[in-house]
Design a protein around this ligand. Structure first.
Ligand SMILES: Cc1cc2nc3c(=O)[nH]c(=O)nc-3n(C[C@H](O)[C@H](O)[C@H](O)COP(=O)(O)O)c2cc1C
Length: 194
């Protein structure tokens, strides 16, 4: 057998959402980021539309992104719901990350329904996430409603035929690896044998 199945099982089970507050703020080498993206690119794709697109936000652009997210929070949150902690988090999450990978998708309306391209893009994200886990990196997929906003589209310089499906916050972390939790697969599967 070419692959160590036990290792792959372990990798999949131990992929976790790790949040920016756990990040150490150390940089991640460009070669590693490139490998994450290369692996994302091997996702399955119906009719080979390869709809996933990524925008890697690094360096000073992280602070710009944090400021935009904080401004949008302020603009969209009614006074009675305002939380200073959340407001500050919007600004600090990108700054605490080594990189933020905006998860985007290019539509091929004439070829496929949208759900198939969203599904393919999610497969690409899983590849990226598992690769990050293998490198010992932390990260998670964040999907705030502002991903649809003009401000975020302008920041990412998104073309008309693309949408943003979220941000993958990425960083090194030194805290304990969180324990995962799932209900049994037996509750979610029915076997038809005859
Ligand atoms: C499409 C998608 C969107 C997500 N959006 C968010 C989000 O906005 N905020 C968040 O805290 N986690 C988000 N997550 C991550 C989940 O919270 C996380 O996967 C879940 O808590 C289970 O934890 P685990 O992945 O470590 O097992 C998202 C995950 C997916 C697949």
């Amino acid at each position: 057998m070419k692959y160590e199945v036990d290792q792959i099982n372990d990798l999949i089970e131990n992929r976790r959402a790790i949040f920016p507050k756990q990040f150490t703020e150390e940089p991640i080498a460009s070669e590693v980021l490139t490998q994450l993206l290369e692996n994302a690119n091997w996702a399955p794709t119906h009719r080979r539309t390869e709809p996933w697109r990524f925008v890697v936000v690094r360096g000073e652009a992280r602070a710009r992104m944090g400021d935009i997210l904080a401004d949008l929070y302020l603009k969209n949150t009614p006074t009675e719901k305002y939380s200073e902690r959340k407001h500050l988090k919007k600004a600090s999450n990108p700054r605490r990350s080594a990189a933020i990978i905006a998860i985007c998708m290019k539509r091929h309306e004439e070829l496929l329904p949208e759900w198939e391209e969203i599904a393919a893009t999610a497969c690409a994200v899983q590849n990226l996430w598992l690769t990050a886990t293998a490198y010992g990196l932390g990260g998670y997929w964040s999907s705030p409603s502002v991903i649809k906003s003009q401000e975020i589209r302008a920041f990412l310089e998104l073309p008309e035929d693309q949408i943003c499906l979220g941000f993958f916050y990425l960083g090194k972390y030194s805290s304990e690896h969180p324990k995962g939790q799932r209900n049994s697969i037996a509750e979610k599967v029915r076997w038809l044998n005859d």
